[in-house]
Ligand binder design. Structure first.
Ligand SMILES: Nc1nc2c(ncn2[C@@H]2O[C@H](COP(=O)(O)OP(=O)(O)OP(=O)(O)O)[C@@H](O)[C@H]2O)c(=O)[nH]1
Ligand SMILES: [Mg+2]
Length: 414
């Protein structure tokens, strides 16, 4: 009898202990504070209308194949950007709420963004113009003779047009001069301008957007050419055009790179997704795309770390970013190679390598306002058939303009 009582007591104690354990395991976790909305000010706007949001993708556990949890998941996690087991169904639910809130914000007309006054090529292409004007003055001072052709050749090569493209331009000009019996130097220069306008005139330079998809524009290039700055400018302009934008900090090489992009996102009232330093860039970009798709955002602008086109491992990394960005729901509609115009002919080598790796769809030629000579535009299009879509004419937000062939040729020869 005593034994039975003891057994019953032991069984009861075991049941109580098991119950406590169950309750502990299933105790509701504290709900983390939302990390998403940060209030951003632009142009003295009221906070309510200028909200943008930021999500952080943790570094170490970013999926090696880019299939990491969404940024929204992670943003809704423990807020510390790395709390492994906290990511779960609850957070997904939170992210869903965020998404609904974010959609309104993302679509809100950016009433507080100041309209931009774009600079003119003519006012910024000082170096290129002064280089050519010396030659043009000399050429115009006499009739067309052998020296004219030599001077034209030297002018074009010094203007970074490159030897092959220069030869092709001059061959065509000789044929025109012959067929049109041009003997006067002014008429010859007019024929040259017409030819250059013609060469540049056929390209499709508009930036592609497929409505009703999550468009991704990927920015690639070597170090310091102006990728991040260009994203900032493009983002602002797209916001002014009424599109919702998310900037993804695919440059995880330095934490400062993400901060730089975040500042641009704030200025543009764009959404922003970043990773921790060292995170897999493709997973950060993928997360940005997931987040954008969930919020019905029109356009993801994806930054990448600058890399030398000769480093095959870094080019492989870029291939992967491109591949992952194209996975559902992402639709890569532009891969923009950012080239520093001051680099001159080396830009051609860079363009060839980058386009071999990631199918570049267009070039952004930056720093054309500096000591650049401009002729590289002709070389890129002639040699590689890649259209120059945008041109950087300075460091400010308004200093990025669509490339305009007529304006460019006029500016060079003005
Ligand atoms: N003058 C001039 N400066 C520019 C232009 N575009 C960018 N810059 C400057 O170039 C410098 C480098 O720009 P970033 O945007 O940081 O270049 P990046 O390619 O992102 O650099 P990494 O991320 O280090 O590879 C900055 O000081 C920019 O202000 C331009 O069109 N004209
Ligand atoms: Mg950068």
């Amino acid at each position: 009898m005593e034994l039975i009582v003891i057994l019953i007591v032991v069984a009861a104690l075991a049941l109580v202990a098991a119950g406590v354990g169950y309750a502990r395991r299933n105790k509701p976790r504290p709900v983390p504070p939302p990390t998403r909305p940060s209030t951003l000010k632009a142009g003295g706007a009221s906070p309510a209308s200028t909200r943008a949001s930021t999500a952080t993708v943790p570094g170490p556990d970013a999926g090696a194949d880019g299939k990491a949890a969404t940024a929204a998941d992670r943003a809704g996690g423990d807020g510390a950007g790395g709390g492994g087991d906290a990511a779960g169904g609850d957070e997904e639910g939170d992210a869903g709420d965020d998404d609904r809130a974010g959609t309104d914000e993302a679509q809100a007309a950016p009433a507080q963004l100041e309209a931009l006054v774009r600079p003119r090529f003519r006012d910024r292409l000082g170096k290129a113009r002064s280089l050519l004007s010396g030659y043009l003055g000399s050429i115009l001072s006499r009739g067309v003779d052998a020296e004219t052709w030599e001077e034209l050749e030297e002018a074009l090569i010094r203007a970074d047009v490159g030897v092959e493209t220069t030869m092709s331009i001059l061959d065509e000009l000789r044929a025109t001069a012959k067929s049109e019996q041009i003997t006067e130097s002014g008429a010859l220069l007019d024929a040259l301008k017409a030819q250059l306008r013609g060469r540049l005139g056929g390209a499709e330079r508009s930036l592609r957007l497929d409505e009703a998809t999550t468009n991704v524009w990927l920015f690639v290039g070597v170090n310091g050419v102006g990728k991040t700055t260009t994203i900032g400018k493009v983002g602002y302009q797209q916001r002014l055009d009424g599109r919702s934008v998310l900037m993804a900090a695919g440059d995880t090489f330095r934490a400062a790179a993400a901060e730089q992009l975040e500042t641009w996102a704030e200025r543009s009232q764009a959404e922003f997704v970043r990773g921790n330093e060292g995170a897999d860039p493709s997973s950060v970009v993928f997360d940005g795309i997931q987040r954008a798709a969930a919020r019905d955002i029109d356009l993801v602008l994806a930054d990448t770390a600058g890399r030398l086109h000769t480093k095959s491992n870094l080019m492989d990394e870029l291939r992967k970013v491109r591949r992952v960005a194209g996975r559902e729901p992402g639709n890569v509609t532009e891969v923009l190679l950012v080239l520093d115009a001051v680099t001159g002919q080396n830009g051609l080598v860079q363009a060839a390598e980058f386009t071999g790796a990631v199918d570049v769809t267009g070039v952004v030629l930056t720093k054309l306002d500096g000591s650049a000579k401009g002729g590289i535009v002709l070389a890129i299009e002639d040699r590689l058939g890649i259209p120059v879509k945008l041109v950087g004419l300075g460091e400010k937000i308004e200093d990025l303009v669509p490339f305009d062939a007529d304006e460019f040729v006029e500016a060079l020869f003005a």
